[in-house]
Design a protein around this ligand. Structure first.
Ligand code: HSX
Ligand code: HSX
Length: 209
């Protein structure tokens, strides 16, 4: 498993504004959209391509096309929905599937209350979108589920992760080479309610609350 922590100054700046409690829901949605597009550049570094022949107005040449089967983008409801448009801006031909997951705050068990994926995802490169990686349980569950269904590899695109959550992901699925996590920021800890500290609050509420 590979963890990519983007340290681009523009990403850090946008994350700082996102964290600010005075940022309005409309500004928050806009910033999430911009951030995911910047993260998508990093997240798609290993996307499968094939050589293609094309003709420019001047001469024939060889270039690269996206390989089949098409990549798949999977937002985790509900907060992951706020990242969908930004990701599709870079991967407009991707197929979209949905996972609805909620963490039971006492047991930390994940309940998958919705699942809308194509029947056959074998051999697909999957990009999971969830802005927050707190305890890491949601992401571990999503990765294991998608790999069990036959995904070729899984890249999680997250805006903010907690260090202990990343360690949980590492323990859970770290042995798998086909897993990647791309984040804009890593915070040191979780509080007693499993909120990332200093964090940015509840991403779902700040997007849609
Ligand atoms: C809450 O956020 C619960 O722990 C759930 O796991 C999660 C629900 O996410 P969303 O539907 O707001 O994205 O803290
Ligand atoms: C948040 O809770 C996110 O959007 C995720 O869906 C979830 C992350 O929690 P965890 O499973 O990493 O603790 O609202």
């Amino acid at each position: 498993m590979e963890i990519i922590h983007t340290n681009h100054p523009l990403v850090s700046h946008k994350l700082t504004v996102l964290r600010d409690k005075n940022t309005t829901p409309s500004q928050f949605r806009h910033l999430v959209d911009e951030l995911v597009t910047l993260l998508a550049y990093e997240a798609t570094r290993e996307v499968s391509v094939v050589p293609v022949q094309i003709e420019t107005p001047v001469a024939p040449t060889e270039g690269l096309g996206l390989a089949e089967p098409r990549p798949m983008v999977v937002p985790v409801l509900r907060a992951g929905l706020g990242m969908l448009e930004g990701m599709l801006r870079l991967l407009p031909t991707a197929e979209v599937g949905f996972l609805g997951m909620v963490r039971n705050d006492e047991t930390l068990e994940i309940d998958t209350y919705a699942e809308r994926l194509p029947d056959d995802i074998s051999g697909r490169q999957v990009f999971v979108l969830d802005p927050m990686l707190a305890t890491g349980s949601t992401v571990v569950e999503a990765i294991e589920y998608l790999l069990k269904r036959g995904a070729k590899d899984v890249t999680v695109v997250s805006i903010l992760a907690a260090k202990p959550g990343l360690e949980t992901v590492e323990r859970g699925v770290g042995h798998r080479a086909q897993v990647r996590v791309v984040v804009a920021g890593i915070d040191p800890e979780l509080n007693e309610n499993n909120y990332i500290v200093p964090g940015l609050g509840d991403a779902g509420d700040r997007l849609y609350g």
